[in-house]
Design a protein around this ligand. Structure first.
Ligand SMILES: CC(C)(COP(=O)(O)OP(=O)(O)OC[C@H]1O[C@@H](n2cnc3c(N)ncnc32)[C@H](O)[C@@H]1OP(=O)(O)O)[C@@H](O)C(=O)NCCC(=O)NCCS
Length: 149
């Protein structure tokens, strides 16, 4: 498996991977539109990593720098590539990028009950704050997980 830093030319590839991942684990009710991904990749503070398996793009991690910390916005590995270390490699790449950019921590916000919380805890993330919110009309408890890098 190979991880690469996304360029603006990867917007369609990211769109395709996120569509294959579906909306599981997302806080938004729909996948981001191609134009939103392009805008994200053009932003100075934001970026993404893509992982390919057997020559096919199979996962993405999108991040945005906010002050001294980096927020991991969207992490997704396509269903048939899960459980083989791709998610861990993407998070490793984001953390290395955060360190390289001088950030002190990586944050990620998840619905409290999401299975991926266990994944992040296995990678050293710990709950920071918890707050009730409403997502797509449904009440949900959101938890911010953090790892110092
Ligand atoms: C969460 C997700 C990215 C994990 O990707 P993955 O490639 O399957 O994860 P990895 O194979 O790198 O697993 C890394 C470790 O976490 C563990 N793990 C993975 N998914 C897990 C889960 N759902 N629950 C508990 N542990 C999990 C693995 O056992 C592994 O531990 P190990 O290295 O000690 O064996 C993937 O399941 C996914 O895309 N889910 C849907 C989207 C989502 O929920 N994204 C997170 C919110 S942004």
């Amino acid at each position: 498996m190979r991880v690469r830093r996304a360029t603006i030319d990867d917007a369609m590839a990211i769109h395709d991977v996120l569509q294959r991942c579906g909306t599981e684990g997302t806080l938004a009710p729909t996948e981001p539109a191609l134009a939103d991904i392009e805008r994200f990749l053009r932003s100075k503070s934001a970026g993404a990593f893509i992982i390919a398996r057997d020559g096919r793009d199979a996962g993405v991690a999108m991040f945005d720098r906010q002050g001294d910390v980096l927020w991991l916005f969207r992490l997704g590995v396509v269903p048939d590539a899960r459980g083989r270390g791709a998610g861990r490699m993407l998070v490793d790449a984001v953390e290395a990028g955060a360190r390289g950019a001088g950030a002190s921590a990586v944050f990620v916000q998840l619905p409290k009950a999401l299975a991926a919380r266990t994944f992040f805890e296995a990678l050293g993330y710990r709950a920071d704050t918890e707050e009730p919110d409403v997502v797509a009309g449904q009440p949900v408890t959101l938890v911010d997980l953090v790892k110092l890098v």
